[in-house]
Ligand binder design. Structure first.
Ligand code: IPE
Ligand code: IPE
Ligand code: MG
Length: 251
């Protein structure tokens, strides 16, 4: 069987079962991808942008409602300045080049994180693409930029405390998260073989299924996305109940 028909078969299998509504990805391994080829790290980030394009298209095609991509963490600001600069430049380029595709595919662009820290040219492009795609009815593509889960929780806690004092409940805190309005997180994928969360969606991960893939992000394409979704579909989500309770069977 050709690789193409293998991917088509995987896609058909994934489409036949309930899909995760909200998928988030920790896109890791760009630097290692480049280093393995004796290329500068930025070459890995550039190829990583190709993976973002392919995965966004594939997720939209199968009907994922929300795709959230960890593109730059609070902690990533501590990287060498030239790498941070190159990442910001690639981000601005990506926003410009994907504008048309997002409009054609009905994708709404969203962003979470401390966006005020982004350079003005990124901020401006982000604002304009978000405004242009605001009414698009298809998938919501959320870029986590200058994002930290602890920082998100701190600002949500401050807001909830200001409104409710110590009567605040989980729902009040949740309403102040940057992800408010998005579906519950169903599936979190991390590439590159690392098995950690790295300050991503700490609250939202509470009952997400975690899938760790060994592939480096620049090599991640449709087939790898569908394989992660297939793994999710094979899991039994119990939310604290017994297996029998969730399957309706006996134990
Ligand atoms: C992920 O790849 C991209 C960002 C964190 C911005 P890395 O740059 O972390 O790649 P590795 O982990 O060093 O291989
Ligand atoms: C997590 O990857 C952040 C992003 C993918 C944007 P890192 O490469 O920064 O994470 P650590 O440092 O390995 O935990
Ligand atoms: Mg990394």
């Amino acid at each position: 069987m050709t690789e193409r028909s293998l991917v088509a078969e995987l896609e058909a299998r994934v489409r036949a079962r309930p899909l995760p509504r909200h998928v988030a990805i920790i896109m890791d391994g760009n630097g290692r991808w480049a280093e393995a080829r004796d290329l500068p790290r930025v070459a890995g980030h550039r190829e990583g942008a190709e993976a973002v394009r392919a995965v966004t298209r594939a997720a939209r095609r199968v009907g994922i409602q929300a795709l959230t991509l960890y593109a730059f963490s609070t902690e990533n600001w501590a990287r060498p300045e030239p790498e941070v600069g190159a990442l910001m430049h690639l981000l601005a380029e990506f926003l410009e080049s994907e504008r048309g595709e997002m409009m054609r595919n009905g994708i709404r662009l969203n962003a979470i994180g401390d966006l005020d820290r982004l350079p003005p040219e990124v901020r401006e492009k982000l604002d304009s693409v978000r405004a242009e795609t605001r009414a698009n009815p298809g998938m919501t593509l959320t870029l986590a930029l200058s994002y930290g889960g602890r920082q998100e929780l701190v600002q949500a806690a401050r807001r909830a405390a200001a409104a409710k004092g110590d009567a605040l409940e989980a729902e009040d805190l949740e309403a102040g998260l940057w992800t408010a309005g998005l579906p519950e997180l169903d599936l979190l994928v991390r590439t590159s073989g690392e098995r950690r969360i790295s300050n991503f969606l700490l609250w939202q991960c509470a009952y997400a299924e975690l899938v760790f893939a060994d592939v480096l992000w620049p090599d991640f394409r449709d087939a790898e996305l569908f394989a992660a979704i297939a793994e999710y579909q094979a899991r039994e989500r119990r939310f604290g109940m017994t297996g029998a309770q969730v399957t309706g069977g006996r134990e």
